[in-house]
Design a protein around this ligand. Sequence first.
Ligand code: EPU
Length: 337
Amino acid sequence: MQVRNNISLKPYNTFGIDVKAKYFAELHSDDEIVKFYSSLGPEHLPVLILGTGSNILFTKDYPGAVACIRSKGMVKLMEDEKYIYLKVAAGEIWDDVVKYAVEHGWGGIENLSLIPGTAGAAPIQNIGAYGVEIKDVLWSVEVADILARNYRAFRPSDCNFGYRSSIFKTKGMSRMVITGICLKLRKDPVLRLDYGDIRKELDIAGIKDPSLSAVRDIIIKIRSSKLPDPSVVGNAGSFFMNPFVAADEYARLIKEFPHMPSFKSGDAVKIPAAWLIERCGFKGKRVGDAGVHENQPLVLVNHGSATGKQILDLAEKIIASVKEKFGITLETEVNVF
Ligand code: EPU
């Protein structure tokens, strides 16, 4: 482990924003994580932990130490009649984990194919797609508690999971560094095909009784057709969360906007932010190198050399416009620093 000074973070965030970290380290094992924290002086604080930097927008230089978790390893811990318990190091690339599970015929995460980021970052915002969230398949989240100087495991019931949120997003939790996760995967997979275009795409491909890998392939096809590849154009996936409105607010909105799509969710109603943003005229819009993706307006993109501030300005314009037209306040999904 080497702590370096004044490092450009451009290769370490998928928006491709060129800011500097005062200190920077890549940590390849749990040992290195512990050593790194033991070596910190006050000048290194605050510490920011990154996986692949796929859910962050930097708007300024980082004044402390940035550490990228690079630990690797996937081990089958145990199995019972129904499940495989797969322990995954925090630095594993999430989609490699999905690929590995699908290749072994273990079900549960195939709908989460191609989500960018690392396994360790996945529980922080409870990654989700196509009707599945990671909380559905988690057995535990393993953390190094930097203050107490020990390792702990959180069970899902301790994690306070919600839509794109968990206890790990709350402030006091910065003392917990996620070192790994354990997934509980089904030996006899139960496929979830009811979300969006999955069935339609399977029909088009002439697949009647899909295998796990057929589902993975379809999800990859759907995602690739809508979402920009961060290695081609800088982005951090959905920039905003889909808003939830109360039933009376929904009644007001649907009267005024009868074509507004919506999804009932308990007592509340989820409205696709993509639709709201498109109706405000932002789909495909570009201000300098900061832009709104042409196929999925929930995603903001860096067409080249946009600064984080320019992307944030565009996001703020979108928030103001959606607020004015619909009375709904969009919240960012991406962490803004
Ligand atoms: N829509 C439009 N215009 C568009 C695109 C979509 O109006 O150009 C509307 C349509 O009504 C569509 C609806 O938005 O039915 C939902 O679109 P989509 O199924 O593409 O999903 P999303 O709600 O926009 C969420 C996640 C994605 C995830 C997809 C699929 C959030 C913030 N985003 O997007 O996650 O891949 O569902 O499950 O919940 C991410 O978190 O980075 C991410 C990409």
